[in-house]
Design a protein around this ligand. Structure first.
Ligand code: PLP
Length: 362
């Protein structure tokens, strides 16, 4: 049984039976357990319907549902952080929502309003505030997603869509210290091409990357370092991270060329680097240039950036039998500084001078 409260804009139905006692907050597994409530909104007849928050649970679908066949689906990945007993901080929700709408336009999904998004997040966080883990490094992962829900096998854009937001408590990414990743390139597979969908968060991009990622793992590497699809020469990004190179005192980051995902963490790292007076270059960078910088001793650091880990130091890059080996035991000074600053802002310990935090009074 559950109880229904009519909110100003959202219908809210709360659960009578919380599942929080099932969670072992000392051993959280990424994306396996979901908080008590979820946000739901459906689109049909040319408009979004009434937004609602209700108990998390399965829903019935038809085998003919568009998303199963054509993958018309988008998502976001973001986090909320425990600040104190009255406050939970959401990191850059507006930037995530802008990207959500950017993805929606490309995948032919109707856009959604930020006001509803933020109200949904605030409502979920208030109802499920006990699901926000409190230990250092932990957070509540937030997964907004929209998928085509028409029961129609015609290969065209759906007329119906379902919009959900679910949340999941996640453990500290670096509970045992930073763990540098090793990367290998692929001369057989590409992640994305210009004009394709690499710059949006759509399901198919990930499905297509699983085989090359599996092969890289089998060869002993953590992930694939994606190169451009045309010349197999310029660095693009890594599995679920953007990539950065500190060459002497210049931070070089592959420019957003239409096939790279515009990461929110990437943007935060670049803003901090500029604020700290570093030379920042967003441009094409050939992997050969990285090898040359390494050989001449000017390659100081390589690291990935993403919501999951904030920064991930890269310890090794393999390409056609050649390797770059960096200090594999610890992150570089700059990556560490970015990590400390961004996490400091997220947990409310460092001044939020860039206005990245949306605080929710719980
Ligand atoms: C393909 C890809 N690149 C980069 C990123 C990093 O983006 P963000 O910093 O917004 O998490 C992600 C993760 O969302 C991703 O899936």
């Amino acid at each position: 049984m559950s109880e229904t409260i009519i909110h100003a804009d959202l219908d809210i139905e709360t659960t009578k039976q919380s599942r929080i006692h099932e969670v072992d907050f000392d051993n959280l597994v990424f994306g396996r357990q979901f908080s008590d409530h979820m946000f739901v909104m459906e689109y049909e007849n040319g408009k979004w319907g009434k937004p609602a928050v209700k108990p998390y649970g399965a829903f019935q679908v038809s085998p003919a549902m568009n998303v199963f066949h054509y993958g018309q689906a988008i998502f976001e990945g973001m986090k909320a952080f425990y600040k104190d007993e009255n406050t939970v901080n959401i990191f850059r929700p507006k930037t995530h929502h802008d990207r959500f709408n950017f993805s929606a336009r490309r995948i032919c999904i109707p856009e959604t309003e930020y006001e509803i998004f933020i109200e949904a997040l605030e409502t979920l966080l208030r109802l499920d505030h006990q699901w926000v883990p409190k230990k250092p490094g932990t957070s509540l992962y937030i997964r907004p997603f929209i998928f085509a829900s028409d029961d129609l096998l015609a290969a065209r854009s759906s007329d119906k869509f379902n919009y959900y937001i679910i949340t999941s408590p996640v453990g500290a990414y670096y509970s045992e210290g930073f763990n540098p990743v090793s990367l290998t390139t692929s001369d057989k597979y590409v992640r994305a091409v210009q004009g394709g969908t690499g710059n949006v968060k759509t399901a198919g991009n990930y499905a297509a990357s699983f085989l090359p990622a599996k092969k890289a793992k089998e060869q002993g590497y953590t992930q694939v370092l994606w190169l451009d699809a045309k010349e197999n020469k310029y660095v693009e990004e890594v599995g679920t991270m953007n990539i950065h190179f500190l060459i002497d005192d210049t931070l070089v980051t592959p420019a957003l060329n239409g096939s790279i995902l515009p990461g929110v963490t990437r943007r935060s790292v670049l803003a901090l680097a500029k604020e700290w007076g570093l030379n920042v270059e967003e441009r094409k960078i050939a992997l050969e240039e990285v090898f040359e910088a390494h050989e001449s001793g000017s390659l100081k650091e390589v690291f990935g950036s993403g919501t999951a880990a904030v920064v991930s130091p890269v310890g090794l890059i393999e390409h056609n039998g050649r390797t770059i080996e960096l200090d594999r035991e610890k992150p570089g000074e700059f990556a560490q500084k970015c990590f400390d600053e961004i996490t400091g802002i997220q947990y409310g310990k460092v001044d939020d001078r860039h206005n990245w935090i949306h605080s929710v009074n719980i």
